[in-house]
Design a protein around this ligand. Sequence first.
Ligand code: FES
Length: 61
Amino acid sequence: MADSKPNTQEQIICTCTGTTKEKIEQLIDKGADNLNKISSATGACTGCGSCNILILELLEK
Ligand code: FES
């Protein structure tokens, strides 16, 4: 639970839609267990698709 990093800078996972890592992790916590669910909830991966691998990495955690 130790979080020494400042929380002021959100990490953008999908630059096309501005979807943050925090947003995706919240969705995973709520039960989004695949790329489709995250994509339809946030629009992530509907643009260039280059965030695909980053989202999959978050899903694997
Ligand atoms: S970075 Fe996510 S669709 Fe382009």
